[in-house]
Write a protein that binds this ligand. Sequence first.
Ligand code: GLC
Length: 442
Amino acid sequence: MPGTLSEAPMQTDESADLSAAARAILRANDRGGYTVPTDRLYPFQWNWDSCFVAMGWATFDEVRGWQEVARLLDSQWDDGMVPSVIFHAPSDDYFPGPAVYAVLRTPPTSGTANPPVLTTAIRRMHDTARDNSAAAASVAEMFPRLVRNHRWWQEARDPQGIGLVATLHPWETGMDNSPAWDAALARVPTETQTIIRRRDTFHVDPAMRPHAEDYQRFIHLVDLFRGVGWDAARSYAVSPFRVADIGTNAILLRAEHDLLALAQRHGTAAERAEIAGRIAALQAGIARLWSAEHGVFLSYDLIADATIPAATAAGLLPLFAAAASPDQAAAMAATIRAWCRTAPWPVASADPVGATFEPRRYWRGPVWAVVNWMIAEGLRLQRQDATADFVRASTRQTIAQAGFSEYFDPRTADGLGGARFSWTAAIYLLLADVPPDPAHLV
Ligand code: GLC
């Protein structure tokens, strides 16, 4: 059974062995300065994976942690976007590869964005660094590029200034087949110009992956954006999929707080004012998405102009940005416990009593360690310590039982998807490594 609130800490020997195993996974998935999510299934550098992985590296090799984020920023586009995938070396193991995106860069990249965990990773590595001068030098170099990236989110993805950024492709949310995207994705045609040659279903049981029709719609969107040359404004205008993902917005708000903290030393007064302005706007935007009925925040469909009534783990991420009121934070802690009555291993990626719940299919139910880490950090930030400890202990116990899988069944804690996953290993290391004073953002 999963951890209870009073659970004793795990045996030191076991956890030391698991930490050693986690470090070995990062080393095995290291391709020389960047880390693949796992061998074969994901043979390139993925943006938000790398951010968690960099924090994991930094728990035992700070130089390698800084290198991971530097490689990611090296592929930042001229307009400020940091792409979701960087195709450092060719591989036939993954679809869609660089030819489908047709982004003319070296190395080639995808054309889509990813949840902006980068600034948070950099701030954390800076604040926990043992080598302070190396950390300060890295931040000094990266800070202007982070500023450009945050401006990109605002200008390219909130052109009307509503206080919420749009995601134009489910892949940008990192939660590809979340039930929250069902209705919005159904408006995307299934016709594609690209011939679909999926590779994922060779590596992993198709019952644990998105459906074929999802993939057709995913690729339809890629075809469309490629057709407008990946221009940010034109992509926004032509996209039949435009949602304000609560996960991406919460992660961005957290990143803005972290950028402001870095700006105290590395930015100008004008930059600090600019960041504070974006924080206020995002905070107001996110506040409008609270649902007392669901006990979580919801995403918003910007084309249908309607709230998306699907309770998912992404809706708990405003905790990570300390964007919830004390009552809302307590309600979300209660939601996590309520979900555990049906699916005892927290945190299911979607409401386990919802009609769309599928405990083994990717983002439609399974537990993801990175999401748990953000939720647990957020619960601590918002003074829900007992639930934070519960999520942390259960996540460690899940990994101890099932190994470093890509994701886990929330009813049984079985490991699902790919094995020897970098971000799961990184989270195991982070859960052992609690920063001294987490209870503030700036
Ligand atoms: C899948 C996940 C995404 C992750 C990627 C690499 O596409 O949905 O969130 O970044 O795999 O692990």
